[in-house]
Design a protein. Structure first.
Length: 222
């Protein structure tokens, strides 16, 4: 597993990192849901009908769940830790959408407890890429954030993986260049050769396309 160490700029992260922005949206939605459910609970209890009490209980449980989400969201692993623990992966600009660009990345989606590697192409819509050009083929070093966040998982064999560009963690272009150079050229070439598959990946339900051994270049084990 290839790690990449650098100093995460917290102010820069708060300004541009879309993972942080997503957590803010989740927390806000959870707080609103908490207030709505709490108000509904109070109203149903005030009605005092036999049928209103079960509904009040359901609303109270909903309020408690939403509050837990609101409190839990900011306590999830910090962005600096995600960068430190994640695997350095290659991504390239493969296309565009109304608010930004689409990245095509090469990631290992195998569960950590299997001891194997299984590569896939994944896509990620982004709005900002500081230090990068919005141009097809632009090389964007990133970190793979696995859905399990633990050594062992239960369920699906291939893990969900999110892509977090190094450029969301620092404005220092020298760091971005160092991360770009740390990725093997064969991986960059693989992405460049498969840019045409980006639309197919983007249209898939999982935003992921598993690659067979015959689709991998020599030197990149499956």
């Amino acid at each position: 597993m290839r790690h990449f160490d650098f100093a995460v700029d917290r102010r820069h992260v708060q300004a541009v990192n879309e993972v942080v922005a997503g957590r803010r949206r989740v927390r806000l939605a959870a707080l609103i849901a908490t207030l709505v459910c709490a108000a509904a609970t109070a109203y149903l209890v005030r009605l005092g009908h036999a049928w209103s009490y079960p509904l009040a209980l359901a609303c109270a449980l909903g309020a408690a769940t939403a509050l837990w989400v609101a409190l839990w969201a900011p306590r999830r692993a910090g962005i600096a830790r995600l960068y430190a623990d994640g695997e350095l992966i290659p991504a390239v600009v493969s296309g565009f959408h109304s608010r930004g660009a689409v990245l095509l990345a090469l990631v290992n989606v195998a569960r950590r407890d299997t001891g194997e590697s299984r590569y896939a192409l994944v896509t990620k819509k982004v709005r900002e890429l500081p230090g990068h050009r919005f141009a097809p083929g632009e090389r964007v070093p990133a970190i793979a954030v696995h859905g399990d966040r633990s050594a062992r998982t239960i369920g699906e064999r291939w893990l969900p993986v999110d892509t977090m560009p190094i450029a969301w963690g620092t404005p220092d272009r020298a760091v971005i260049e160092r991360a770009r150079a740390a990725i093997d050229e064969i991986e960059w070439r693989l992405l460049a050769d498969n840019l045409a598959l980006a639309d197919q990946v983007q249209r898939s339900a999982t935003k992921r396309l598993l690659l067979g051994p015959g689709q991998l270049p020599e030197g990149l084990g499956a």
